[in-house]
Ligand binder design. Structure first.
Ligand code: SF4
Length: 198
């Protein structure tokens, strides 16, 4: 774990939201940047629970205590490797997920939960800044093609897994109202999150 007494010493702190009057005129990030030192302090609140309920809370099974500890120790490269082990697109989930991991966090029983989502987002943004996120095209393809319907985060994650399994992949987007997919696109438009991996 990060700091043994971190959860007793530090209070939860999250990034400041930009003023609403400003935000309604653009599609830029909702939150101000969060300094690294503050983030490390937040990661230090993680208790590395013997039974980490955050795991059960996360639909992806993200290995949350590990990367909280790695961020506290500034082991960013290992942190992104650990995050990518269970999460194809942390740049999406770190922005759009309602964070059931935080609702499940053991620290939340009698205090504010760990700021897991902010730690996640900061790890992937650091990885992009450092140039650690690279395309990983398969060396050869099987010659078969798989179709994925829906280009939201789940559809794209499915496509990425198929790509890793050496399948040609065609992703189709529904012409319905597609509220979730459109929302994802809009919220990540400030940093073209959807195109940074191509
Ligand atoms: S439940 Fe909360 S305090 Fe416990 S390991 Fe997970 S993030 Fe850390």
């Amino acid at each position: 774990m990060g700091k043994l007494t971190g959860f007793m010493e530090f209070k939860r702190e999250t990034p400041t939201r930009r003023p609403v009057d400003e935000r309604v005129h653009d599609w830029l990030e909702v939150y101000e940047d969060f300094p690294v030192e503050k983030l490390k302090t937040q990661a230090a609140r993680c208790m590395d629970c013997a039974i980490p309920f955050c795991h059960q809370g996360c639909p992806l099974g993200n290995i949350i205590p590990d990367w909280n500890d790695l961020v506290y120790r500034e082991q960013w490269r290992m942190a992104i490797d650990r995050l990518h082990a269970t999460n194809n697109f942390p740049e999406f989930t770190g922005r759009l997920c309602p964070a059931p991991c935080e609702a499940a966090c053991v620290l939340g029983i009698n205090d504010d939960p760990v700021t897991i989502k902010q730690v996640e987002l900061s790890i992937i943004e650091r990885a992009f800044d450092e140039g650690w996120v690279k395309p990983q095209p398969p060396e050869k393809l099987t010659g078969k093609t798989a179709a994925v319907v829906g280009s939201g985060p789940a559809g794209l994650a499915c496509a990425q897994q198929l790509d890793a399994a050496k399948q040609e992949v065609q992703v189709a987007q529904s012409q319905g109202n597609g509220k979730k997919a459109n929302g994802a696109t809009a919220k990540t438009a400030s940093k073209p999150a959807a195109s940074r991996r191509s």
